[in-house]
Design a binder for this molecule. Structure first.
Ligand SMILES: [Zn+2]
Length: 452
């Protein structure tokens, strides 16, 4: 027993040393001294850390590591403290003596899911519910950082909370309570700087902000190392991307870029006259959009070349025949939204996953899983949808040095599901265990053992 403890201690010491010396992109970046000039992209909450010498071995699961390669059946993943120290086939990853073994045979192990479009909407129990469904990081694109003050007081574990501050919008804003009105370049710079100082890890521009001010916002945010993402209706997506936007929220943001110019102008003017005109107007427009027009093909190519992140939030727009107040126009429009995402992805665009928190065709807490299913229906392979949910989203957040994949050196945010999501993506609903920062979330045999 003592010998085992000595061996275990030696394993811990060697692992910590190799991680410090060569492991982790985070360490490499720090050594290159890049951090000093850049704004640190961080969650606003302190996620609890486990005992730094505790070793967990998750054995027997099929491993989907988030990088898009083939799954590894019968894998072993070793977690030391908060970090992954090894991941691979069982035969090549020895289990250190004294490790807490979690037998995960029959389960699939994936990186913790990342949600690019989460709204708390005054429901302080929602972040913890999402965490229990495997979502270990969320970003709220357009909410005052103060709106999370109450939930952060709670003792319950929360996903990593990435915040942006409110929408940067022009008058009259669509959501006054969630917006800051920006009227000129100086106000744009001031707003970005203020939210960056408050801990924003991205900036969100809303649809009334004109292209010229978008450019000021992206210049200011990028100088601090912060990405900018947008909800568009009035500014053409290609113009916004040329103005420096890193991400586009909502498939509908591409409407004006896909319509013939004259029709797009008519739509813009209707929304400029009344923000609410977008609600029906976007379905009317999308019901007749030509996804194979030269315009559309140029857009797919442009998105792929620029590497813009697209968070389609399909689930919030889902309208199926038989739904309340749903006509053929809605159904056809939604089919075209799905088809657009499939075509853009096939052309090489980067598609990520955002849930929008509450959506018509999912029970409370399951919007993210519905979005995954719709992305597969849109034509993504399950592997592509999972990469979009994990490593690609980590890149969108600019946290892929520490999150997004099951790799040596990364933080141990993990989810275990029952079944094979590569065969049937709805297996992502059968969440069995969630690990956040090296700690199991919720009660389990392993956790009970810890309290001894
Ligand atoms: Zn939203």
């Amino acid at each position: 027993m003592r010998k085992m403890r000595v061996r275990m201690r030696r394993y811990v010491a060697i692992s910590l040393l190799t991680l410090a010396l060569c492991g982790g992109a985070e360490g490499q970046r720090r050594r290159r001294g890049e951090e000093a000039s850049r704004h640190p992209i961080r969650e606003v909450n302190q996620v609890a850390r486990p005992d730094s010498t505790r070793v967990v071995a998750i054995t027997g699961a099929t491993l989907i590591d988030g990088r898009g390669g083939a799954a590894i059946s019968d894998s072993t993943v070793i977690v030391l403290g908060e970090r992954i120290t090894a991941a691979g086939p069982r035969a090549s990853v020895p289990v250190p003596p004294g490790a807490d073994i979690f037998d995960a045979r029959g389960l699939t192990l994936l990186p913790g899911l990342i949600d690019a479009h989460f709204h708390i909407d005054g429901d302080d129990t929602l972040p913890a519910l999402f965490l229990s469904h495997g979502i270990t990081s969320v970003r709220d694109p357009g909410q005052w950082i103060e709106a999370y003050a109450a939930v952060r007081q709670k003792a319950t574990p929360l996903p990593r909370l990435f915040l942006t501050g409110p929408h940067l919008d022009s008058p009259p804003p669509a959501y006054p309570a969630d917006s800051i009105i920006v009227r000129d370049e100086e106000e744009a710079r001031l707003a970005v700087s203020r939210f960056a100082e408050d801990g924003a890890s991205a900036i969100k521009v809303y649809f009334r902000l004109p292209a010229g001010l978008i450019r000021v916002v992206t210049n200011t945010a990028h100088a601090r190392g912060i990405p900018v993402t947008a909800h568009l209706e009035i500014v053409d997506a290609t113009d916004a991307i040329r103005a420096g936007i890193d991400g586009i929220e909502h498939v509908t943001s591409f409407g004006t870029a896909l319509m013939p110019f004259r029709e797009a102008e008519k739509y813009r003017q209707s929304v400029l006259a009344d923000n609410n005109a977008r609600r029906e107007g976007r379905y009317t427009a999308w019901s007749t959009i030509d996804l194979d027009s030269p315009n559309a093909k140029a857009l797919y190519k442009f998105l792929a070349e620029r590497g813009t992140f697209i968070s389609p939030t399909l689930a919030v727009f889902e309208r199926q025949a038989g739904d309340k107040d749903t006509t053929d126009v809605h159904v056809r429009a939604f089919r075209n939204m799905l088809a657009f995402v499939g075509r853009a992805r096939r052309a090489g665009a980067r598609v990520v996953v955002g849930s929008h928190s509450g959506v018509p065709h999912a029970e409370r807490g399951w919007a993210y899983q519905r979005e995954l299913e719709l992305l597969v229906e849109a034509g993504l392979t399950p592997t592509e949808a999972i990469v979009g949910a994990t490593l690609e989203n980590a890149r969108f957040f600019r946290v892929d040095d520490r999150l997004g994949s099951v790799e040596r050196g990364k933080l141990a945010d993990l989810v275990l599901v029952e079944g094979d999501p590569l065969k049937d993506i709805s297996a992502m609903r059968r969440v069995r265990r969630v690990m956040l920062n090296g700690r199991w979330v919720g009660p389990s045999a392993t956790e009970k053992k810890e309290t001894k």
